[in-house]
Ligand binder design. Structure first.
Ligand SMILES: [Zn+2]
Length: 475
């Protein structure tokens, strides 16, 4: 007999949406059956009137992460034990965080340190991008093939020092020479570049200029992390990728200029992918001026209505492949402590809300199909980052990672709807449809908005990217 059956829901698969029963044995989905097949199981979840989707894949989080905006205070974001509780409440079953390779460390060592921090402390499954930062010795790049072999095929680089030059911080930026070297090392071994692309000169010049003019308001951020900077950096990175043959995944695309650059590269057949953040799609630079405005700030920055329109167009149709959070969970006090250009705290707190917000704003308001919803919340991230087909899809043989959405829930979100920190930027937002039940590898972790899982449920998942994804735009 089967272990678990999800019965009566509208099940979203790559073949379409149908009234299938989802049959689960152990950690895997074993069959999709029609109701008249009369499948039986030890346990049945009645999903009548609900939507059954692949568990969300959150491709971009910074948990237990040093807070560089306040470098002298040695503060960290909340850890996986706190943040992944929110993720599973919100239907997300896997996340990809980062380990940081800086001068003086090596790749294997930073992976092991992060994996040890997560072990036994995550409700959701997890993996890590390998971030390459600062003036790294060239021999570090020789460790790339081994990391890919070990199941860590995505390499994050910053083209920019994101934060202002004061106070002094450890470097983030990798120079374009080293980015080229990284691309050359990953490409023959099946890795992908994950790029935070902004123009270093423009961003740092704008910080300097505003400092000299004694203009310090935080709402000037979109003029520092500006649209031209995104245009220049996306296009320069794409040219480097075309030259080296590398696939690129652009994190947190924020401007129309970024979307356009990616669309052009994809039309020319290059394996270029873009992520955006649900709060970039829902808030604009005007929101910085509201009382809790810096709640919505993530680097680069919020932009303008025309950028929002381009992001939604890319999400609903084509051009933006994934939604992410750039999760950076802190208390409200810490998030709002800095209010000016030089000390505002970046990062978002919204991994818990991601699936529900994209459902409400995409499917309900903008006629995104349910198949596309599954793509931009789970399937595409799984494909691009090498979790597919084990994850990101409801299909026989795949892990039984599933979210059940109740489309009948209609409400204004309040503080009590969230389970990570003492605030959510999404308090006050009106939604229609919200995840109610989440299953991670066959274990029910959240049931009818009640936590029943435990933080030992999550496991490290080895990744391997399909050559198809690295050859041309595959999703
Ligand atoms: Zn980030």
């Amino acid at each position: 007999m089967l272990d678990l059956l999800i019965r009566g829901g509208d099940v979203v698969t790559p073949q379409g949406v149908g009234p299938w029963d989802v049959a689960i044995e152990g950690e895997r989905i074993v069959a999709l059956g029609l109701p008249e097949h009369g499948l039986e199981a030890g346990r049945v979840i009645d999903a009548t009137g609900k939507i059954v989707v692949p568990g969300g894949i959150e491709p971009h989080t910074h948990l237990a992460h040093f807070i560089s905006m306040q470098p002298e205070e040695n503060l960290h974001t909340l850890g996986p034990e706190e943040d992944t509780r929110g993720m599973v409440f919100g239907g997300t079953t896997t996340h990809v965080d980062f380990c940081f390779v800086r001068p003086g460390t090596d790749v294997q060592q930073v992976i092991e340190t992060r994996a040890a921090r997560w072990k036994g402390n995550s409700y959701a499954d997890y993996s890590f991008h390998v971030a390459l930062q600062g003036p790294l010795p060239l021999k570090v790049f020789d460790q790339i093939p081994e990391a890919i072999q070990a199941g860590f095929p995505s390499f994050k680089v910053f083209t920019v020092e994101v934060l202002p030059p004061h106070p002094k911080r450890h470097p983030y930026r990798l120079d374009f020479g080293r980015i080229q070297l990284a691309m050359e090392k990953i490409t023959p071994h099946g890795g992908i570049m994950v790029v935070h692309a902004e123009d270093h000169d423009i961003v740092q010049f704008m910080y300097e200029k505003f400092r000299e003019e004694k203009q310090t308001d935080g709402w000037l951020l979109p003029l520092v992390h500006n649209k031209l900077s995104e245009k220049l950096a996306f296009r320069r990175t794409i040219q480097l990728a075309a030259h080296t043959g590398a696939g690129v995944y652009f994190v947190h695309t924020s401007a129309r200029e970024g979307v356009d650059a990616v669309a052009e590269a994809r039309a020319a057949g290059f394996p270029i992918y873009a992520e955006t953040l649900h709060h970039y799609a829902c808030f604009t630079a005007e929101d910085y001026k509201s009382p809790r405005g810096f709640c919505y700030h993530t680097y680069p920055s919020l932009k303008y209505p025309e950028d929002q329109a381009a992001l939604w167009n890319g999400l609903v149709r084509d051009g933006i492949s994934t939604t992410a959070t750039d999760e950076f969970p802190t208390s409200l006090e810490l998030k709002l402590r800095g209010q000016d250009l030089e000390n505002v705290t970046g990062g978002n707190l919204g991994a818990e809300a991601r699936m529900g917000i994209v459902y409400s704003e995409g499917v309900v308001k903008r006629r995104m199909s349910l198949e596309r919803f599954a793509d931009v919340t789970a399937t595409n991230a799984a494909r691009i980052l090498g979790l597919y087909p084990r994850k990101g899809v409801i299909a026989p043989g795949s892990d039984a990672d599933i979210a059940i959405i109740d489309p009948g829930i209609k409400k204004t979100l309040v503080r009590e709807d969230f389970h990570v920190s003492d605030y959510s930027p999404w308090e006050g937002w009106t939604i229609q449809g919200w995840p109610i039940t989440t299953i991670v590898r066959g274990r029910v972790v959240v049931e009818n908005r009640r936590l029943v899982g435990d933080r030992r449920d999550g496991k490290l998942v080895a990744r391997k990217i399909s050559p198809e994804v690295l050859r041309r735009p595959a999703c």
